[in-house]
Design a protein around this ligand. Sequence first.
Ligand SMILES: Nc1ncnc2c1ncn2[C@@H]1O[C@H](COP(=O)(O)OP(=O)(O)OP(=O)(O)O)[C@@H](O)[C@H]1O
Ligand SMILES: [Mg+2]
Length: 178
Amino acid sequence: MLQEGVDDASPTDRHICVMGVSGSGKTTIATRLAEQLGRTFCDADDLHPQSNIDKMAAGTPLTDDDRRPWLDAVVAWCDDQAAAGRSTVFACSALKRSYRDHLATASGGVLFVELAVPEDELRRRLESRTGHYMKVAMLASQLSTYEDLQPDENAVTIDATAEIEKTVSAAVDAAARR
Ligand SMILES: Nc1ncnc2c1ncn2[C@@H]1O[C@H](COP(=O)(O)OP(=O)(O)OP(=O)(O)O)[C@@H](O)[C@H]1O
Ligand SMILES: [Mg+2]
């Protein structure tokens, strides 16, 4: 899902990556955050090569080799937006430190906003969600792949168990405080 936004005059990082495991609400929250901030939105899932989508649909976790061209595509999208003078919000799981370091090379800098949700709530959300290739079965592998944010990363963690609008407000506040 790509969505054009007007540029904002925000002094914060050029790009905001809304991150977390499947079911944490990345797509839901990042879409609304982009609207509120007037930034261009992209769901990084839409930039996967077809081979990755097929693997995920089959329930096979992606390898780092699978992810490299995908991360390159996300960075290229960010760079294109920055070159056009636009700031962005994108949804991307960014589970490993190495993926985040890759994404952080995007022109203008990236603020990572992590959505924190307990496992039982993640499971509930994924079980009630339909029409999506990410299956509940992949949650365990996502959780074991996830590497905690480190203090030297440009990142904030927000509670994403509240109502959607409250979580969006928390993300807006977190971005404004940077
Ligand atoms: N704050 C929230 N409270 C309750 N339900 C939510 C909240 N945020 C998202 N959801 C619901 O949880 C489900 C998962 O959300 P969403 O698809 O945005 O997650 P995601 O992190 O993008 O997942 P994926 O990595 O699989 O794309 C959706 O059905 C969504 O409506
Ligand atoms: Mg999503």
